[in-house]
Design a protein around this ligand. Sequence first.
Ligand code: TRP
Length: 348
Amino acid sequence: MSRILSGIRPSGQLHLGNYLGAIKQWIALQDQHQAFFMVADLHAITTPYEVESLQPQIRETILDYLAAGLDPAKTTLFIQSQVPAHAELMWLLSTITPIGELQRMVQYKEKSAANPDFQNAGILNYPILMAADILAYKADRVPVGDDQGQHVELARDVAKKFNRLFGQTFPEPLAVFGGGKRIMSLANPMEKMSKTGGEGIALTDEESTIKKKIQKAVSTSEPRVIREAFRAAEQGERGPEIQWQGDPTLLKQFHGVRNLFTILLVLGLPKDTAQWKAAAEAGKIQFSQFKPTLATIIAEHFAPFRARREQLAKDETFVRGVIDEGGLKANQVAEQTLAEVQAKMGLR
Ligand code: TRP
């Protein structure tokens, strides 16, 4: 049985991109694997944040995990900072991690460029902490969105190097992307959907809010864009990716509607999608009609999620219990790994 670990930074309510890119996979994996899912609060503080918002956001993320279907009876749900062994293991692993490897991480380059006034060693060392998160549980599978693939590879390199230098200790972890969909921003479909900017569709959004957000999404009236974007969405991310070969000024429209079609294909029932597929093949979709329909499909898909979340939000005792118990289990496993690593490195 493989061991799984993953996490999400608590930077706001979970949105459609997090759900389809990661959490949906986690839920599918929790039945057959021994899984650990955490709220990555130590990673969250590497970019500017509001101190007062952090605790509420951690709690929101846990509520989202539970309402989405992560089951504390099957998996360990915990908060990263409540397991001190992660930070300590990170220090030990930092002594065998080449700086050059960290400096060439795409996310490091992007984040340090985006926050020129907040250059800190934490953004550089971010992947070492991720390696510690993964290796503390000797996880061999890491289900993540494709933007985290490079970080998991670094964790793999660190594991290999540790094994070589100090003796076989860690399995070599692999990222699993398993059908996760990359959902793009509605307003700027060349970028990933994010929590900032207000247009990310939160899983808690009501139909009226979703309608307003989708209304602003980039769309098109070009038949060729409609036809090819639908085909690209059907093909998904995993096959050979279909690129837009037409007029380059329509590229953004292509990505915009491909994104909307991807959401339709993942969340819509066959009876909903068949009709739109026929219209797309004919190159005839009126986005003034399609957008509200898509908003309704999303709202209906997450109606049970919203109901469960509302219940959970009232049950403070239950949520506390999940976090405390998860923390206890996570600490047991991580402390044992830390002790083994300390011994192998000659520290005890
Ligand atoms: N860096 C990940 C993200 O931004 C979150 C994360 C932290 C993570 N530690 C992890 C993911 C360990 C997988 C494994 O989404």
